[in-house]
Write a protein that binds this ligand. Structure first.
Ligand SMILES: [Zn+2]
Length: 535
């Protein structure tokens, strides 16, 4: 998509943009470049010299095949560019590239990116050269690379301000655009656009934080197409390069449960994987173990730490490195013989189904300084949420969207080793219960191929256990699934206090294994306190 817009030159008034002279690429800004010129004079002079190009092109970044498979795309990672690092050191090539009519610029103002209609806006470099600014108050342009689709050279430029106040005119290339904080709104962009804007923002923010020499306080000058900064004082010659802050983010599993945490400032019910910055002198494995222990009190087996994926997080300069790890073996055994006694139910004379038992999981203790809560959440609930299904009655729970690496890591985990085992029963929620006091039935859901799982159903509008069984059979009939009863009882569900109590029995179906029912309820109600009584 390519939209050509004719600019109104006077609309550029009030803007302060860097003047990019050829000498700039040599690492020394010329005196003229450092002097902010009156824009009116500048524009008039350029009219006379016929250098002006009164038009801009707004170019949507190329659509790539990965967008058809967004579940695999790591957000903020793909700028759609060949970084062409060899060009950074070639002053002549850089200068020619910026002066070429194809050159495009990703503008940044006050750490905000420009988007239009949900797409990133690239401006013809020639349009920005109409105006001037002092390099000390604006940023140095950064050579980002060559567009994969058009081969056009793409740069990033830090502009001085957004003319947003009333009455102030805007340049034509900005018309209809919106300056956004990529951190807050980036998830609404296509992954390819978000990747380009993140790269531009990360580089320019690094420059902004390094305007002055960290050793002597002198002014820093850019070289290498904006990819290095050097102290302007000969007596110092300190250099600075873009730095990343590595942070680990980890999926700590114990059987079919994963350890999640939440910060108090997040929306109610929002949980995510634990994460933290790597400290000096640590390996990734050590960092994963330390952060998990600090934040949740859980000890992990360091030999179980393995890499999954990474994500640039340029807010301002993190690289999220994703790992999986297991809680220490002796503290993580949801299938222990003791729990099997209480959490197995015979679905046929020769077949037992064992349900994960939460009580066998290591006890979490959230570090109040970092997390408001840390707890184990079952794989089935996560898979349900990731599919966008409605949550069980009275459960408030969400995870970050698909733009975040936490979502990608959790998605891969919930779907791992499942290609052969997926069946229609996956789309049937295991626990579907009402609020208040009601009869319930424990049932076995199965298909013709012998695949099965346990489900719990309870409804205050259905007075008899047999009615609940009939309703469940109706629920799955069209999916080619069958339901058989494994006993019943009663549930008292106090939504306000987040309490579930399982007790009593069914005259028609007999006594259900309440501890199995409780184990299923725990998978779907991670925030409830759940108790049982026999009889
Ligand atoms: Zn210095």
């Amino acid at each position: 998509m390519c939209v050509r817009v004719f600019a109104n030159i006077s609309a550029a008034r009030g803007w302060h943009l860097p003047l990019l002279s050829s000498s700039f690429w040599g690492g020394q800004a010329s005196d003229s470049a450092r002097v902010a010129l009156k824009l009116g004079n500048c524009v008039a002079a350029r009219w006379k010299s016929s250098l002006i190009r009164p038009h801009v092109t707004i170019v949507a970044t190329a659509t790539r095949s990965q967008e058809s498979n967004p579940s695999q795309a790591i957000f903020f990672s793909d700028a759609g560019l060949n970084r062409a690092a060899e060009m950074r050191v070639d002053k002549t090539k850089l200068s020619e590239a910026f002066d070429s009519p194809e050159a495009l610029v990703v503008p940044l103002v006050d750490a905000k990116n420009l988007v239009k209609g949900g797409k990133s806006v690239l401006v013809e470099a020639s349009a920005l050269r109409l105006t001037n600014a002092d390099h000390e108050s604006a940023g140095f342009p950064v050579f980002l690379g060559l567009s994969n689709s058009t081969k056009a050279p793409v740069f990033a430029v830090n502009l001085e301000k957004v003319p947003s106040s009333a009455g102030e005119e805007r340049p034509a290339w900005e018309d209809g655009g919106e300056w956004i904080d990529l951190r807050r709104y980036g998830s609404q962009l296509q992954p390819s656009d978000a990747g380009l804007l993140a790269y531009a923002r990360g580089m320019l923010e690094w420059q902004t934080r390094n305007r002055h020499c960290g050793r002597c306080g002198g002014r820093m000058i850019a070289k290498d197409g904006g990819h290095s900064l050097h102290c302007s004082l000969d007596s110092c010659k300190h250099s600075a390069y873009p730095r990343l802050d590595p942070a680990v983010i980890m999926l700590v599993a114990c059987g079919n449960y994963v350890l999640l945490g939440r910060q108090s400032r997040w929306n109610p019910g929002r949980y995510s994987l634990l994460a933290g910055f790597v400290e000096i002198g640590e390996t990734f494995e050590m960092s994963v173990a330390r952060e998990v222990k600090e934040e949740s009190g859980i000890e992990i087996d360091q030999t179980s730490v393995s890499y999954i994926a990474s994500q640039p997080w340029p807010f301002p300069s993190s690289l999220m490195v994703g790992f999986s790890a297991s809680a220490k073996k002796n503290k993580c055994d949801p299938y222990s013989p003791e729990s099997e006694d209480n959490n197995a139910v015979a679905v046929s004379p020769d077949k037992l189904i064992v349900v994960d038992e939460l009580r066998a999981l290591p006890q979490t203790s959230a570090d109040e300084l970092e997390l408001e809560d840390a707890r184990w959440v079952h794989k089935d609930l996560l898979r349900w949420v990731l599919k966008g299904n409605p949550l069980p009655h009275s459960v408030e729970f969400s995870i970050p969207g698909s733009y975040a690496i936490a979502n990608i890591i959790l998605s891969r985990w919930t779907e791992s080793k499942r290609e052969d085992s997926m069946w229609a029963g996956d789309d049937v929620i295991s626990a579907d219960i009402d609020e208040g006091v009601f009869e319930y039935v424990l049932m076995c859901l199965s298909d013709d191929k012998g695949r099965e799982k346990l489900i719990v159903r309870g409804n205050s509008k259905l007075a008899y256990h047999s009615d609940i069984l009939t309703a469940a059979q109706e629920e799955v009939k069209d999916m080619g699934l069958q339901v058989s009863q494994l006993g019943g009882g009663r549930i008292d569900h106090n939504v306000k206090e987040r309490k579930l109590h399982v007790y009593s029995s069914s005259q028609a179906f007999g006594l259900a294994n309440h501890s199995v029912t409780c184990a299923i309820l725990r998978q779907w109600y991670p925030f409830h306190s759940i108790t049982l009584a026999w009889g």
